[in-house]
Design a protein around this ligand. Structure first.
Ligand code: ZN
Length: 161
């Protein structure tokens, strides 16, 4: 189940993950992927499942909610830290599974470089662009208690979230 606004967890700064190589973390990652796929999400963060942890997953081959988006590799992100945001930005209509039936145009940086940890606690660095960079910025917002309503000038009603 994906929790929706209003829910205080969606507005909290999520907690750093401090324990790795354990079943609880593996189960959370699996639940994030299965729920995201079931709901056709482009990405999904732990706070959206009511779990205040700095974890999200993203990626898909084809996404019916974003039919023009190219395939994005399936990725697990834990305790991300942004190293670089491009000054170049892109405006695109964006939705959120936690903000049902609303969409809005959101300006996001075209490129992002960030560090993350994997489920074993190893740090990796990743450089992402375009739609993938948009997803990363959207999901990091969730870890910081921010929603699309904070980023868009206005949201409109939409058949798809
Ligand atoms: Zn969202």
């Amino acid at each position: 189940m994906v929790i929706t606004e209003p829910n205080p967890i969606l507005r909290q700064i999520a907690q750093q993950v401090t324990a790795f190589n354990n079943q609880e973390l593996d189960d959370l990652i699996e639940l994030l992927f299965s729920t995201m796929q079931e709901k056709n999400g482009a990405g999904l963060s732990a706070p959206q499942l009511g779990i205040s942890k700095r974890v999200f997953v993203y990626g898909f081959d084809i996404n019916p909610r974003y039919p023009d988006a190219p395939p994005v590799p399936k990725t697990v992100v834990i305790n991300p830290e942004i190293l670089y945001l491009s000054t170049e930005t892109i405006d695109l209509e964006e939705g959120c599974l936690s903000v049902p039936n609303k969409r809005g145009i959101i300006t996001r940086c075209k490129s992002v470089v960030f560090t993350s940890m994997d489920a074993h606690g190893n740090i990796y660095e990743k450089s992402v662009h375009d739609f993938e960079a948009r997803i990363v910025q959207h999901e990091i917002d969730h870890l910081n208690g921010l929603l699309i309503s904070d980023r868009a000038n206005a949201l409109h009603q939409s058949q798809i979230s």
